[in-house]
Design a protein around this ligand. Structure first.
Ligand SMILES: Nc1nc2c(c(=O)[nH]1)N[C@@H](CN(C=O)c1ccc(C(=O)N[C@@H](CCC(=O)O)C(=O)O)cc1)CN2
Ligand SMILES: NCC(=O)N[C@@H]1O[C@H](COP(=O)([O-])[O-])[C@@H](O)[C@H]1O
Length: 220
């Protein structure tokens, strides 16, 4: 291998999940296929029995619980402990929220400035914020009569869904749609777009305008 072909070390990812983890699985698959200069170092969840955590355990990926489930307060990490585990124990470079349903605490947002991504299943700023997650989002979109929807990938700040948008994709909404039909159409686009965004961040192909808008540069 010539010196010129030396590759940079892979970025270490922490993936946050709360449910089935299909976006996590799509990102993990991309790391395994060499389509992303990253590796999943740890999975974090508020629900240790969820499908995403089960997938992590089946693939030998360590899991952490944050925050602690209400019915077992001793089980989970505290805010500061979470930051220490991700930075010192697992050497995490990038945090990826993939269906995670709890608020990321300010200490973690500060520790990973411009290094936390989230995926939302609607075209932010519409249909976002507290109370807008999972099927609730698609029910609101169908009820509104909107003709387009699609995933938004954005950087995470201290509020729900208000961070700078990195990428979006558009799918049609038909007036005859049931929310489940729209959810499936959007999810398919999520699984295509999210790995491309995470790969761009791993590759250093995201730059920032002076007014704080991120730009994703495609790989040649
Ligand atoms: N600091 C941030 N944390 C999180 C963000 C973010 O943008 N900044 N995004 C969310 C993901 N998300 C939408 O993309 C989202 C998730 C959950 C909620 C919500 O209303 N949650 C409920 C609790 C739901 C539950 O426990 O079952 C609530 O807070 O009352 C809104 C948006 C992840 N974290
Ligand atoms: N507001 C956050 C939110 O609603 N996120 C959404 O939860 C689903 C998780 O599915 P997954 O666990 O199969 O990836 C995805 O559709 C994601 O966009």
């Amino acid at each position: 291998m010539s010196l010129g072909s030396a590759q940079a070390p892979k970025k270490r990812l922490a993936v946050f999940v709360s449910g089935g983890g299909s976006n996590f699985r799509a990102i993990h698959a991309a790391t395994q296929q060499g389509a992303m200069a990253g590796e999943v170092a740890v999975v974090v969840s508020n629900a240790p029995a969820c499908g995403g955590c089960e997938y992590a355990r089946q693939h030998g990926i360590p899991t952490l619980t944050y925050p602690a489930p209400k019915d077992s307060p001793g089980e989970g990490l505290g805010d500061e402990e979470l930051v220490q585990q991700l930075t010192l124990e697992y050497g995490v470079d990038i945090v990826v929220l993939a269906g995670y349903l709890k608020l990321i605490p300010p200490g973690l947002v500060r520790a990973f400035k411009r290094r936390i991504l989230n995926i939302h299943p609607a075209l932010l700023p519409a249909f976002g914020g507290k109370g807008y997650y999972g099927g609730k989002v698609h029910r609101a979109v169908v009820a509104s009569g909107a003709r387009f929807s699609g995933p938004t990938i954005h950087f995470v700040d201290e509020e729900y869904d208000t961070g700078p948008i990195l990428a979006q994709a558009v799918v049609p909404v038909y007036p005859t749609d049931r929310p489940e039909q729209l959810a499936a159409r959007v999810l398919k686009e999520e699984h295509r777009l999210y790995p491309l965004c995470v790969a761009a961040l791993c590759d250093g192909r995201v730059t920032w305008r002076e007014d704080g808008i991120p730009i994703m540069w495609t790989a040649h």
